[in-house]
Write a protein that binds this ligand. Structure first.
Ligand code: SAH
Length: 250
Protein backbone atom coordinates (compact mmCIF):
# COMPACT_ATOMS: atom_id res chain seq x y z
CA UNK A 1 0.00 0.00 0.00
CA UNK A 2 1.25 3.47 -0.83
CA UNK A 3 0.86 6.18 1.76
CA UNK A 4 0.86 9.87 1.22
CA UNK A 5 3.02 12.88 1.87
CA UNK A 6 1.57 16.18 3.07
CA UNK A 7 3.82 19.21 3.36
CA UNK A 8 2.21 21.66 5.77
CA UNK A 9 2.86 25.14 7.10
CA UNK A 10 2.39 25.61 10.85
CA UNK A 11 2.17 29.40 10.63
CA UNK A 12 4.50 31.79 12.44
CA UNK A 13 3.99 30.51 15.99
CA UNK A 14 0.60 30.70 17.64
CA UNK A 15 -1.80 27.77 17.23
CA UNK A 16 -4.46 30.37 16.32
CA UNK A 17 -2.59 30.80 13.06
CA UNK A 18 -2.75 27.13 12.02
CA UNK A 19 -5.35 26.51 9.31
CA UNK A 20 -8.09 23.93 9.87
CA UNK A 21 -6.75 21.96 6.87
CA UNK A 22 -3.34 21.66 8.56
CA UNK A 23 -4.95 20.70 11.90
CA UNK A 24 -6.82 17.94 10.07
CA UNK A 25 -3.61 16.70 8.43
CA UNK A 26 -1.89 16.60 11.83
CA UNK A 27 -4.82 14.61 13.26
CA UNK A 28 -4.54 11.83 10.65
CA UNK A 29 -0.74 11.65 10.25
CA UNK A 30 1.21 8.57 11.30
CA UNK A 31 4.61 10.33 11.07
CA UNK A 32 5.75 13.93 11.41
CA UNK A 33 9.07 14.96 9.88
CA UNK A 34 10.80 18.32 10.25
CA UNK A 35 13.27 20.58 11.97
CA UNK A 36 13.34 19.91 15.75
CA UNK A 37 11.77 23.25 16.69
CA UNK A 38 8.82 22.76 14.37
CA UNK A 39 8.20 19.10 15.24
CA UNK A 40 8.15 20.23 18.90
CA UNK A 41 4.98 22.15 18.09
CA UNK A 42 3.10 18.90 17.36
CA UNK A 43 1.38 17.33 20.38
CA UNK A 44 2.48 13.70 20.85
CA UNK A 45 -0.26 11.07 20.72
CA UNK A 46 -0.60 7.30 20.36
CA UNK A 47 0.05 6.13 16.83
CA UNK A 48 2.06 9.19 15.86
CA UNK A 49 5.82 8.92 15.37
CA UNK A 50 7.78 12.18 15.54
CA UNK A 51 10.99 12.43 13.47
CA UNK A 52 12.77 15.64 14.49
CA UNK A 53 15.97 16.47 12.61
CA UNK A 54 18.61 19.13 12.63
CA UNK A 55 18.75 22.23 10.49
CA UNK A 56 20.34 22.03 7.04
CA UNK A 57 19.49 18.38 6.37
CA UNK A 58 16.48 19.22 4.23
CA UNK A 59 17.31 16.78 1.41
CA UNK A 60 17.83 13.82 3.79
CA UNK A 61 14.64 14.73 5.59
CA UNK A 62 12.69 14.92 2.32
CA UNK A 63 14.05 11.54 1.13
CA UNK A 64 13.18 9.91 4.46
CA UNK A 65 9.64 11.35 4.28
CA UNK A 66 9.13 10.19 0.67
CA UNK A 67 10.44 6.70 1.51
CA UNK A 68 8.11 6.35 4.49
CA UNK A 69 5.16 7.50 2.35
CA UNK A 70 6.11 4.97 -0.35
CA UNK A 71 6.10 2.29 2.36
CA UNK A 72 2.48 3.09 3.25
CA UNK A 73 2.73 5.71 6.03
CA UNK A 74 0.73 8.96 6.18
CA UNK A 75 3.64 11.34 6.45
CA UNK A 76 3.43 15.00 7.38
CA UNK A 77 6.42 17.24 6.69
CA UNK A 78 6.16 20.44 8.71
CA UNK A 79 7.63 23.89 8.11
CA UNK A 80 7.06 27.09 10.02
CA UNK A 81 5.02 29.74 8.26
CA UNK A 82 4.26 28.58 4.73
CA UNK A 83 6.04 25.43 3.45
CA UNK A 84 6.59 27.00 0.02
CA UNK A 85 8.46 30.04 1.36
CA UNK A 86 12.15 29.18 1.84
CA UNK A 87 11.11 25.86 3.34
CA UNK A 88 10.44 22.16 2.83
CA UNK A 89 8.06 22.07 -0.14
CA UNK A 90 10.76 22.95 -2.68
CA UNK A 91 13.19 20.60 -0.91
CA UNK A 92 10.77 17.68 -1.41
CA UNK A 93 10.36 18.42 -5.13
CA UNK A 94 14.13 18.80 -5.57
CA UNK A 95 14.58 15.30 -4.14
CA UNK A 96 11.61 13.89 -6.10
CA UNK A 97 13.22 15.03 -9.35
CA UNK A 98 16.44 13.13 -8.61
CA UNK A 99 14.62 9.77 -8.85
CA UNK A 100 11.14 10.22 -10.35
CA UNK A 101 10.25 6.51 -10.56
CA UNK A 102 11.18 5.66 -6.97
CA UNK A 103 8.28 7.66 -5.51
CA UNK A 104 5.92 7.69 -8.51
CA UNK A 105 2.91 6.35 -6.57
CA UNK A 106 3.14 8.74 -3.63
CA UNK A 107 0.39 11.37 -3.43
CA UNK A 108 1.92 14.70 -2.47
CA UNK A 109 -0.12 17.61 -1.12
CA UNK A 110 1.12 21.03 -0.05
CA UNK A 111 -0.97 22.84 2.57
CA UNK A 112 -0.26 26.56 2.85
CA UNK A 113 0.35 28.44 6.07
CA UNK A 114 0.64 32.06 7.16
CA UNK A 115 4.14 33.14 6.25
CA UNK A 116 6.17 35.32 8.63
CA UNK A 117 6.02 38.50 6.53
CA UNK A 118 2.21 38.46 6.42
CA UNK A 119 1.92 37.92 10.17
CA UNK A 120 4.46 40.73 10.72
CA UNK A 121 2.75 43.09 8.29
CA UNK A 122 -0.61 42.51 9.97
CA UNK A 123 0.85 43.46 13.37
CA UNK A 124 1.88 46.94 12.20
CA UNK A 125 -0.89 47.84 9.75
CA UNK A 126 -0.45 47.28 6.00
CA UNK A 127 3.16 47.96 4.94
CA UNK A 128 2.80 45.47 2.07
CA UNK A 129 -0.40 47.08 0.80
CA UNK A 130 1.08 47.88 -2.62
CA UNK A 131 3.65 45.98 -4.76
CA UNK A 132 6.43 44.30 -2.84
CA UNK A 133 9.13 41.67 -3.22
CA UNK A 134 10.65 39.08 -0.94
CA UNK A 135 14.34 38.29 -0.62
CA UNK A 136 16.03 35.59 1.42
CA UNK A 137 19.23 37.27 2.64
CA UNK A 138 21.02 34.01 3.39
CA UNK A 139 23.83 33.28 0.97
CA UNK A 140 23.92 29.58 1.93
CA UNK A 141 22.08 28.59 -1.25
CA UNK A 142 22.99 31.42 -3.67
CA UNK A 143 25.89 33.80 -4.22
CA UNK A 144 25.96 37.08 -2.29
CA UNK A 145 26.41 39.01 -5.57
CA UNK A 146 22.95 37.83 -6.66
CA UNK A 147 21.36 39.03 -3.43
CA UNK A 148 23.01 42.42 -3.82
CA UNK A 149 21.86 42.75 -7.43
CA UNK A 150 18.27 41.83 -6.55
CA UNK A 151 18.31 44.32 -3.70
CA UNK A 152 19.52 47.17 -5.93
CA UNK A 153 16.95 46.35 -8.63
CA UNK A 154 14.16 46.16 -6.05
CA UNK A 155 15.17 49.57 -4.73
CA UNK A 156 15.24 50.98 -8.26
CA UNK A 157 11.77 49.56 -8.89
CA UNK A 158 10.61 51.09 -5.59
CA UNK A 159 9.19 47.88 -4.16
CA UNK A 160 8.48 47.52 -0.47
CA UNK A 161 10.56 44.54 0.64
CA UNK A 162 10.48 41.65 3.05
CA UNK A 163 13.76 40.04 4.08
CA UNK A 164 13.87 36.50 5.46
CA UNK A 165 16.92 35.00 7.21
CA UNK A 166 18.36 38.51 7.60
CA UNK A 167 21.27 37.87 9.91
CA UNK A 168 22.83 34.90 11.67
CA UNK A 169 25.79 34.69 14.00
CA UNK A 170 27.81 33.02 11.24
CA UNK A 171 26.99 35.69 8.66
CA UNK A 172 26.61 39.11 10.29
CA UNK A 173 28.23 40.90 7.31
CA UNK A 174 25.44 40.43 4.78
CA UNK A 175 22.84 42.37 6.70
CA UNK A 176 25.30 45.16 7.46
CA UNK A 177 25.92 45.46 3.70
CA UNK A 178 22.18 45.29 3.05
CA UNK A 179 21.59 48.24 5.39
CA UNK A 180 24.37 50.20 3.70
CA UNK A 181 22.84 49.64 0.26
CA UNK A 182 19.37 50.63 1.52
CA UNK A 183 20.74 53.80 3.11
CA UNK A 184 22.75 54.70 -0.01
CA UNK A 185 19.46 55.11 -1.89
CA UNK A 186 18.48 58.10 0.26
CA UNK A 187 14.95 58.44 1.66
CA UNK A 188 16.16 57.90 5.20
CA UNK A 189 12.64 58.27 6.52
CA UNK A 190 11.13 55.19 4.88
CA UNK A 191 9.96 52.89 7.68
CA UNK A 192 11.80 49.68 8.51
CA UNK A 193 9.98 47.08 10.58
CA UNK A 194 11.96 44.56 12.63
CA UNK A 195 9.44 41.88 13.56
CA UNK A 196 10.94 39.22 15.82
CA UNK A 197 9.30 35.93 16.84
CA UNK A 198 5.92 37.16 15.61
CA UNK A 199 2.93 35.44 17.23
CA UNK A 200 5.07 33.71 19.88
CA UNK A 201 5.50 34.69 23.57
CA UNK A 202 8.86 36.30 22.63
CA UNK A 203 7.38 38.61 20.00
CA UNK A 204 8.93 42.06 19.67
CA UNK A 205 8.25 44.59 16.95
CA UNK A 206 10.05 47.84 16.18
CA UNK A 207 9.30 50.43 13.52
CA UNK A 208 12.20 52.81 12.87
CA UNK A 209 13.07 55.23 10.08
CA UNK A 210 15.72 53.75 7.76
CA UNK A 211 18.26 56.35 8.90
CA UNK A 212 18.04 54.95 12.45
CA UNK A 213 17.93 51.25 11.54
CA UNK A 214 20.95 49.28 12.80
CA UNK A 215 22.17 45.85 11.67
CA UNK A 216 21.97 44.41 15.19
CA UNK A 217 18.22 45.05 15.31
CA UNK A 218 17.74 41.77 13.38
CA UNK A 219 18.58 38.15 14.10
CA UNK A 220 17.49 34.81 12.63
CA UNK A 221 14.11 35.01 14.31
CA UNK A 222 13.37 38.36 12.68
CA UNK A 223 11.64 39.15 9.43
CA UNK A 224 12.49 42.65 8.23
CA UNK A 225 10.03 44.73 6.22
CA UNK A 226 11.30 47.81 4.41
CA UNK A 227 8.82 50.35 3.11
CA UNK A 228 8.84 51.73 -0.43
CA UNK A 229 9.14 55.48 -0.96
CA UNK A 230 5.33 55.61 -0.57
CA UNK A 231 5.11 53.79 2.78
CA UNK A 232 3.87 56.01 5.59
CA UNK A 233 3.68 55.80 9.35
CA UNK A 234 0.83 57.10 11.44
CA UNK A 235 -0.20 57.08 15.07
CA UNK A 236 -3.46 55.49 16.03
CA UNK A 237 -4.59 55.03 19.64
CA UNK A 238 -1.06 55.47 20.91
CA UNK A 239 0.54 52.95 18.52
CA UNK A 240 2.75 53.68 15.53
CA UNK A 241 1.52 51.94 12.40
CA UNK A 242 2.93 51.64 8.89
CA UNK A 243 1.02 51.29 5.67
CA UNK A 244 1.58 51.57 1.95
CA UNK A 245 -1.32 53.13 0.04
CA UNK A 246 -2.83 50.99 -2.72
CA UNK A 247 -2.40 53.57 -5.47
CA UNK A 248 0.50 55.51 -6.98
CA UNK A 249 -0.17 58.48 -9.27
CA UNK A 250 1.09 57.98 -12.83
N1 SAH B 1 8.66 29.05 5.84
C1 SAH B 1 8.87 30.17 6.75
C2 SAH B 1 10.21 30.86 6.51
C3 SAH B 1 11.41 29.99 6.81
S1 SAH B 1 12.92 30.85 6.61
C4 SAH B 1 7.71 31.16 6.61
O1 SAH B 1 6.94 31.04 5.65
O2 SAH B 1 7.57 32.04 7.46
C5 SAH B 1 13.24 31.34 8.30
C6 SAH B 1 13.06 32.84 8.44
O3 SAH B 1 11.68 33.14 8.49
C7 SAH B 1 13.62 33.45 9.72
O4 SAH B 1 15.01 33.72 9.62
C8 SAH B 1 12.81 34.73 9.82
O5 SAH B 1 13.30 35.70 8.88
C9 SAH B 1 11.46 34.27 9.30
N2 SAH B 1 10.52 33.87 10.38
C10 SAH B 1 10.00 32.65 10.57
N3 SAH B 1 9.13 32.67 11.62
C11 SAH B 1 9.12 33.93 12.08
C12 SAH B 1 8.41 34.59 13.15
N4 SAH B 1 7.55 33.95 13.94
N5 SAH B 1 8.65 35.91 13.33
C13 SAH B 1 9.51 36.59 12.52
N6 SAH B 1 10.20 36.02 11.52
C14 SAH B 1 10.01 34.71 11.31
Amino acid sequence: MTGCLTIAGLGPGSSDHITPAVEQAIAVATDVVGYIRYVARIAPRDGLVLHPSDNRVEADRARHALDMAAAGRRVLVVSSGDPGVFAMAAAVYEVLETDPTRWQDVDITVLPGITAMLAAAARVGAPLGHDFCVINLSDNLKPWAMIEQRLRLALQADFAMAFYNPRSKSRPEGFRKTMQILKSFGEGNRPVIFARAVSTPDESIMIVPLAEAQPDMADMQTVVLVGSSQTRTLSHKGAVLAYTPRSVKG
